[in-house]
Design a protein around this ligand. Structure first.
Ligand code: TNX
Length: 502
C-alpha cells in the first residue's frame, strides 16, 4: 500500500447533485474541483461523507454477483495485490452484487463505503469498473492505518468507446507488452484496443494460406524498429486476456494503401507496371496500393484476410484502414470492403477519407485531421471516433522538440494539457474517443510507455468523465496522486517537470 499523497489528506465532494439521507455529506453543495478524490477517470457523482472506514486485516466477501466473471477475477487480483485475505469472522464486509438499476446502464456502477463496502452494477462490466475504482482508493492508503473514505460513488461513462490505437506494424510490440498494456488500460477504464496490424513496413498477423505475409512482411520493420508477428494462437490468447479485462481488441488491416509489406510478400497484389516490389523500412506514407484494376486478384485476397480476421477477433467492428491513398477506384474499393465486412457479420470502421464511399450509415468513421470536413458524413448519419491529431496523436512530443517525435500535426507537440483540452462535446454523433500511437519513431517498450503515459489518462477521462467534472488543474493533481499506481505497473511514463508544483 502506498503512503497517502501530501495534498490529499482531506477530500470532499464533487459534482454531486443528490443529497443522501444516511448521514450528512461533508460538503455536497458546491463542486470543489481541487478537492476531488484521487481517481482517474473521475466518476460522475461523488458524495464524500465525514469519517473513514477503518480496514481490518481481513475481508469478508458476500458475493451475489455470480455470472460476473471478469469482476470477480478483478476483485481477486486486487485482494492479492494489496495482500488482503478473505475470512468471515471479524473482517471488513464487502458485498458485490448485480442489481437492476436502469440509471446505471451497461457499464455504470455504485460503490458505497460506510460500515461496509458495497459494490453494485447491472452488469459484469459495471462491477468490473466498480472494482477498478475500489482498487484506486485502496492504492491511496496510509499503510500504517489503512482506511477508506466514507463515500458514495455513482458512476457511468460518457462514451462506450474509450480507445487507444497501437501501431504494431511499423515497429512490433511483443505479446507481453500488449498484455501489460491491456491491464493498464483497464485500470483506467479504457476498453477498446485498436491494433494497427498492417502497413508498408510490416504485416503482423498470421493468415493461413498466405504464409509469406508473415515470413516476408512479418520480417520487416521501420529502420531501427522491431519486426515480428502474432500467430493466430497468440491472437486468441490476447483476445481472451483482453476479454477478462473488459477490453475489446479492434483489428485494423490497412487497405488499399499502406500495403507494401503485403505487396513484397505477394507481388501479384501490385499492378503489373509497379517495379517497387520489395520490403520497405523508411517512413514515407502514401506510395503503395493494392491493384484496384485487378479486382480478380485484389478482392479474393481482401476477403480471405478479412474472413480470418473476423474468425480471430470477436469485435463487432473491424477496421479496414482507408487512409492516405489516391486512386480513382478508391471509393469503390471502400464501398466493397465495408460490404465484405458486413457479409461477414460485422461492421466496418474506416479512417475519415473512407467517407467518400457509398457506405451503409452504420459504418464508423475515424476522424484524424482536425480540420477534415466530416459534416457530409454526419449528415448521412455516420457516427465518428474522435482522434483529431493535434490532441490525440501520441507519437507527437510530450513537449515541443522532444527527440524522436513527430510534429507534422502540431509543431508544439501534444503536451498533456493539450491532450486534455479536446472537448468531445463539441462534436456530434460521437461514438467515442481514441488516442493513437504510431510507431515510425517508437521502437522500444520504454519509448512506448513514454509516449503513452500519462497522456492516456487524458484519453480515459475525456471518454469517461462528464464535462462539468473536468478541469485541467484538478486533473493534474489527481495525475500526481495516482503516479504510484503507474509506478506499481512498472510504466516508464514521461515525468512532467512541473507536475509536483502545479
Ligand atoms: C498519419 S493518421 C498516418 C499514419 C502515420 C502518422 C504519423 C493516419 C490514418 N495515417 O500512417 O503513421 O500519420 O503521425
Amino acid at each position: 500500500m502506498k503512503i497517502i499523497f501530501f495534498f490529499l489528506v482531506t477530500m470532499f465532494v464533487v459534482g454531486c447533485e443528490k443529497t443522501n439521507n444516511e448521514s450528512h455529506p461533508a460538503n455536497n453543495s458546491s463542486a470543489s474541483l481541487d478537492k476531488q478524490l484521487p481517481l482517474i477517470p473521475y466518476p460522475r457523482t461523488v458524495n464524500r461523507f465525514e469519517g473513514d472506514l477503518e480496514l481490518k486485516a481481513t475481508i469478508d466477501i458476500n458475493n451475489s454477483a455470480q455470472g460476473s466473471p471478469t469482476a470477480l477475477l478483478a476483485l481477486n487480483r486486487v485482494l492479492t495485490k494489496f495482500n488482503i485475505t478473505q475470512d468471515n469472522t471479524s473482517a471488513t464486509k464487502l458485498n458485490i452484487q448485480l442489481t437492476d438499476d436502469p440509471s446505471l446502464g451497461l457499464e455504470g456502477y455504485r460503490l458505497s463505503i460506510a460500515q461496509s463496502i458495497e459494490l453494485s452494477a447491472n452488469t459484469d462490466a459495471g462491477l468490473f469498473y466498480a472494482v477498478q475504482t475500489f482498487s484506486q482508493l485502496l492504492a491511496n492508503q496510509d499503510e500504517h492505518k489503512p482506511s477508506l473514505p466514507n463515500v458514495e460513488i455513482i458512476d457511468n461513462p460518457t462514451f462506450g468507446w474509450r480507445g487507444n490505437m497501437l501501431d504494431v506494424a511499423r515497429s512490433f510490440l511483443p505479446v507481453e507488452y500488449l498484455k501489460s498494456h491491456i491491464d493498464r488500460m483497464a485500470t483506467f477504464k479504457l476498453n477498446r484496443l485498436h491494433l494497427h496490424l498492417t502497413d508498408d513496413q510490416g504485416w503482423r498477423v498470421e493468415i493461413k494460406g498466405y504464409p509469406k505475409l508473415t515470413e516476408v512482411g512479418g520480417g520487416s520493420s521501420v529502420e531501427g524498429g522491431r519486426s515480428g508477428y502474432y500467430t493466430q494462437e497468440q491472437i486468441r490468447e490476447l483476445v481472451k486476456y483482453a476479454q477478462e479485462r473488459q477490453v475489446v481488441l479492434v483489428p485494423e488491416v490497412d487497405l488499399p494503401g499502406h500495403t507494401q509489406a503485403a505487396i513484397a510478400s505477394y507481388n501479384k497484389l501490385a499492378c503489373d507496371d509497379v517495379t517497387n516490389l520489395t520490403t520497405y523500412s523508411g517512413v514515407k506514407v502514401g506510395f503503395s496500393k493494392l491493384c484496384l484494376t485487378k479486382p480478380e486478384t485484389t478482392y479474393p485476397f481482401v476477403k480471405d484476410v478479412l474472413s480470418q480476421i473476423v474468425e480471430l477477433f470477436p469485435s463487432k467492428y473491424i477496421h479496414i484502414g482507408g487512409d492516405e491513398i489516391k486512386d480513382p477506384l478508391y471509393p469503390e474499393f471502400i464501398g466493397r470492403a465495408t460490404r465484405i465486412v458486413e457479409e461477414l457479420g460485422r461492421t466496418a470502421i474506416a479512417w475519415e477519407e473512407g467517407s467518400v464511399a457509398d457506405n451503409k450509415t452504420d459504418v464508423l468513421l475515424q476522424l484524424w485531421n482536425d480540420k477534415y470536413d466530416i459534416q457530409p458524413a454526419l449528415d448521412k448519419g455516420h457516427q465518428i471516433i474522435l482522434s483529431p491529431c493535434s490532441y490525440t496523436y501520441f507519437d507527437h512530443g510530450n513537449y515541443q522538440g522532444q527527440p524522436n517525435t513527430y510534429d507534422w500535426c502540431r509543431k508544439e507537440g501534444v503536451p498533456l494539457e493539450r491532450a486534455y483540452q479536446l472537448n468531445p462535446q463539441q462534436f456530434s454523433q460521437v461514438k467515442g474517443v481514441e488516442s493513437a500511437m504510431w510507431s515510425e519513431l517508437v521502437h522500444t517498450d520504454e519509448t512506448a510507455d513514454n509516449r503513452l503515459w500519462p497522456r492516456l489518462l487524458a484519453t480515459s477521462e475525456l471518454a469517461w468523465t462528464i464535462e462539468s467534472n473536468r478541469d485541467y488543474k484538478a486533473f493534474l493533481l489527481r495525475v500526481n496522486s495516482i503516479l504510484p499506481i503507474l509506478d506499481d505497473m512498472n510504466i516508464h511514463y514521461y515525468s512532467l517537470p512541473k507536475l509536483a508544483g502545479e
